[in-house]
Design a protein around this ligand. Structure first.
Ligand code: ADP
Ligand code: MG
Length: 383
């Protein structure tokens, strides 16, 4: 795996966070990331190479966002009351002088919300768009987003396959499966040439949504794949026969940038990056996009960043509002308009082993993921 970055554990990614030093909110995101990866103090230059052109396909450009390529011009610790209030008050957008453009309400990211139509039913299914849910940090909402987005897409009539690609098997548990009782898992498909996809795929309680489960066996695959031919393409090979049967395949990645995640990125058309609205969450984004760039250059030229998703947002805290503003200032249209707020309903639904869309169908959390599903379909030119 000469090209792929060395496996970067959760703790390694958070190394700078764990050193007990007071957070340096004035450090550029990229510099912070560098410190996370090499343990040195922040002090580099602001990132200016985010591939914004990759978002051209999204069709969402509601407003030019200043500083798309030069994040964190504003120190996070020097908030002014105005812009932050604007994020929560969600007033109507002010049209430019001399125009009569209809007013669109501002969303929680401070940008006018685009039109997100209810998706039209499909006459036929496939080929699937493969989306990897990726962030080397744990606990940011990857698994929750995989389940909830998948269930929302299924509600809109899309055929969905969820791939549990984390040896912890949280996705399988979150859908009510017992990982240690599974007969076949994604591990068997990766390592045994005779294993059959249709024998491993499980139906879930959500109509139209299936699961490719996993358990702790998958951790062995990371080691065993190293000596395999085309080790980065193993998951793409496994998913090949499923493409025709589904509209969307969502891969729930493990919290690292190791070989399993490289496999997910190699198999994917798009990446969604869930990010907790918390300062340290910002520190990993540049490192992740660097990895995505490498995979795009060397293994999978069709890979796109579908979007950065702010999760666990609490509009009552200044900190969360500042982090969201920093995210939008720095990454512009790459940030989804949909923001997932913090609510205990997500933990409750995990315990219940079902998606929030069926556990609490009328909740704000369920609605947010339905909106995300619409936004994802619009970004993928499928409305
Ligand atoms: P990851 O897969 O990135 O490790 P998870 O999706 O497992 O993250 O989420 C970590 C924890 O946070 C879980 O207990 C989950 O129920 C909870 N959680 C996820 N999203 C939210 C949210 N929007 N509000 C509150 N809790 C959340
Ligand atoms: Mg997870």
């Amino acid at each position: 795996m000469s090209d792929a970055p060395a496996a970067l554990s959760d703790t390694a990614a958070d190394g700078a966070a764990a050193d007990g030093a007071a957070p340096d909110y004035t450090a550029p995101i990229d510099a912070a990331n560098d410190s996370a990866s090499n343990g040195t103090a922040p002090g580099g230059t602001a990132r200016s190479d985010f591939p914004v052109d990759r978002l051209a396909h999204t069709g969402i450009r509601t407003a030019p966002v200043a500083g798309v390529t030069a994040p964190t011009a504003e120190p996070v610790t020097a908030p002014t009351a105005e812009p932050v209030t604007a994020l929560t008050a969600e007033p109507a957008a002010v049209p430019a002088p001399g125009t009569t453009a209809p007013q669109r309400p501002l969303g929680p990211t401070g940008r006018p919300l685009p039109d997100l139509p209810v998706p039209t039913p499909l006459q036929r299914h496939g080929p699937a768009r493969v989306i990897a849910m990726c962030n080397q940090k744990g606990g940011v909402g990857k698994t929750t987003t995989t389940i909830s987005l998948g269930a929302s897409l299924a509600e809109y009539g899309r055929r969905v396959l969820l791939v549990d690609f984390d040896p912890q098997g949280s996705l399988s548990v979150g859908l009510g499966f017992n990982p240690s009782a599974l007969e076949g898992t994604v591990y068997n498909l990766l390592m045994e040439r005779t294993a059959r996809l249709d024998e491993v795929i499980c139906k879930t309680n959500v109509d139209g949504m299936d699961l490719l489960p996993s358990n702790i066996d998958l951790s062995a695959a990371e080691v065993q794949l190293v000596t395999e031919v085309a080790r980065e393409q193993a998951l793409a090979r496994v998913l090949g026969p499923a493409l025709a049967d589904y509209d969307v395949i969502l891969i729930d990645c493990q919290p690292s940038l190791g070989l399993l995640t490289i496999n997910a990125l190699t198999a994917a058309d798009g990446v969604v990056v869930p990010l907790e609205c918390e300062y340290f969450a910002l520190r990993g984004v540049a490192l992740l996009t660097e990895t995505i760039d490498k995979v795009t250059e060397r293994l999978n030229p069709r890979l796109r960043v579908d979007g950065l998703l702010a999760t666990m947002y609490d509009s009552r805290t200044l900190h969360a509002r500042e982090v969201l503003k920093t995210l939008v200032d720095g990454w512009g249209d790459a940030v989804f308009h949909t923001v997932i707020r913090r609510t205990v309903k997500f933990s409750d639904s995990t315990v219940a082993g079902e998606p929030i869309t069926s556990y609490a169908p009328g909740s704000a959390g369920a609605d947010a993921y339905r909106q995300l599903a619409r936004e994802v379909l619009v970004r993928c030119h499928e409305g």
